[in-house]
Design a protein around this ligand. Structure first.
Ligand code: MG
Length: 303
């Protein structure tokens, strides 16, 4: 290295230190948040046995659930009122709104189609705010809904997500990007990739967060623990389901998949968000769901 190059490198190093790139390095003790992590179980309404909403929520509460996950029906004011009454009656929270891609409209190259998708997303975000949900789950595109390349999709996300994120924050909620397995999307497949989009769009303060779904992660992640640690503070929700082994995508504990590695990651980042059932069931849900909840608590203790 020539003397002049050496001084150039030293100056760069100094600049990096003064901008905090290296100064922000913390000790393991500071980044390990296992003491504050909690397993907070939740379920989508469809997965809870019972004929009526109160029946379902009474069971969920009795089995130790802390929240329920709902759908796009929160655009209906009457539904929001009903959910708010249920929250109060059963001392439960609404965790998230399971929404989706709106047919891929948000990434459409047709401005009118994209604008319609933005309007619909805003209506759902408003509803999410009304029921106090932590966020609205969003998939930019499923397979077959877009012709764009990964890079083009990324550019579109960086354009529309900050605008909708600002709207979400104004309504006390967030957008939650859901990575899916390759069989369902060619775009955001890994939790860390979703987290990098959160970072690019301003993160949690800008209303953009990510989630992990154990079913999808079983196909895409080399380490569930690594995936959750990569997401860190951007992680805002988790879906619970067994992986691809038969019976596929069933209640945790029914197909032999271990949750210990993933739970270790959740513990390490001090996760206090919800873990929500989104899965099928072998047998009677009335019997199997509380069994699965106990299985998860045991896995958490092992992690
Ligand atoms: Mg899911």
């Amino acid at each position: 290295m020539k003397r002049r190059d050496f001084f150039g490198a030293a100056a760069l190093m100094g600049a990096a230190l003064s901008t905090g790139k290296f100064a922000s390095a913390q000790t393991t003790e500071e980044t390990d948040k296992r003491d504050i992590a909690r397993l907070r179980l939740c379920s989508q309404l469809g997965g809870i046995p019972g004929g009526t909403l109160p029946e379902k929520l009474e069971k969920l509460k009795k089995w130790g659930g802390e929240a329920f996950e709902v759908g796009a029906e929160v655009t209906d004011d009457a539904k929001c009122k009903e959910y708010n009454k249920m929250k109060a009656d059963f001392d439960l929270e609404v965790s998230a709104i399971c929404w989706g891609s709106c047919g891929g409209q948000l990434v459409s190259t047709d401005p009118a189609v994209q604008a319609a998708g933005m309007d619909e997303f805003k209506r759902v975000l408003e509803g999410a705010g009304k029921v106090g949900a932590r966020g609205v789950i969003h998939v930019p595109t499923f397979n077959g809904q877009s012709e764009l390349s990964n890079q083009e999709l990324l550019e579109r996300c960086r354009d529309y997500l900050p605008k909708l994120g600002e709207f979400a924050v104004a309504h006390n909620t967030t957008i939650i990007l859901e990575p899916l397995c390759r069989y369902e999307t060619y775009f955001i497949k890994q939790v860390a990739y979703g987290a990098s989009i959160c970072r690019d769009c301003g993160g949690r303060e800008a209303g953009i967060t990510v989630m992990g779904d154990f079913y999808h992660m079983d196909s895409e992640e080399t380490s569930d623990m690594g995936a959750f640690i990569s997401a860190g503070d951007y992680l805002n929700h988790v879906h619970l389901a067994g992986g691809r082994a038969e019976p596929m995508r069933t209640l945790p504990g029914q197909n032999g998949m271990s949750f210990v590695d993933g739970f270790r990651g959740l513990k390490y980042i001090g996760y206090t968000g919800f873990c929500s059932f989104e899965c099928g069931c072998e047998g009677d849900r009335e019997v199997e769901m509380p069994k699965s909840m106990q299985f998860l608590r045991d896995q958490w203790d092992l992690a």
